[in-house]
Design a protein around this ligand. Structure first.
Ligand code: CDP
Ligand code: MG
Length: 140
C-alpha cells in the first residue's frame, strides 16, 4: 500500500479537556506520523466553509457553532494507507458504535462532539490538507 497523507482535526471538545497529547499518542502508536500540526481557532464562517459538503444536513449549524467554540488542532498524518488507517484509529462517528480502543470510543462525548475529524478519501484528503496548510508547511 502506498504512503498517503490525510487531514486530521482534534476538535474543541478534546482541546477543552486537554486531550491533544493522548490523541496524538493513538496516531503515533498506529504508525501514523504527524508531519504538520497547528492550533487555531476557527470562525463559524471558516468552519462552515470546511464542512460545506454537509450544509443541507440538519446538524450543520450546530456543527459549525461547535467547531468555532474553542481552539482546534489541525494536522497532517502520513503513513501507509493513512486515510483508512486514521479512520480505523478514530472509530465510528457515533461513539456508541465505535470499536473499543478507538479515539472516539475512549474520548468522544456524543455523535456531534466526537473529538476528531479525518478525511474519508484521497480526493477529500488533498483538498482538506490544502484548506489548512501551504506546501511550505509540509516538510515530511
Ligand atoms: O466525522 P465523520 O466523517 O465520521 O462523520 P460525518 O458523517 O462526515 O459528519 C461530520 C461531523 O458532523 C461528525 O464528525 C459530527 O461531528 C457531526 N455530526 C453530527 O453532529 N450529527 C450527526 N448525526 C452526524 C454527524
Ligand atoms: Mg466525514
Amino acid at each position: 500500500m502506498a504512503t498517503e497523507r490525510t487531514l486530521s482535526i482534534i476538535k474543541p471538545d478534546a482541546t477543552r479537556r486537554n486531550l491533544t497529547g493522548k490523541i496524538n499518542a493513538k496516531f503515533e502508536e498506529a504508525g501514523l506520523r504527524i508531519i504538520a500540526q497547528k492550533r487555531i481557532h476557527l470562525t463559524k464562517a471558516q468552519a462552515g466553509k470546511f464542512y460545506e459538503v454537509h450544509k443541507e444536513r440538519p446538524f450543520y449549524d450546530e456543527l459549525c457553532e461547535f467547531m468555532a467554540s474553542a481552539p482546534v488542532v489541525v494536522q497532517v498524518l502520513e503513513g501507509e494507507g493513512a486515510i483508512v488507517k486514521n479512520r480505523e484509529v478514530m472509530g465510528a462517528t457515533n461513539p456508541a458504535d465505535a470499536a473499543p480502543g478507538t479515539i472516539r470510543a475512549e474520548f468522544a462525548q456524543s455523535v456531534g462532539e466526537n473529538s476528531v475529524h479525518g478525511s474519508d478519501a484521497p480526493e477529500t484528503a488533498a483538498a482538506e490538507i490544502a484548506f489548512y496548510f501551504s506546501g511550505l508547511e509540509l516538510v515530511g
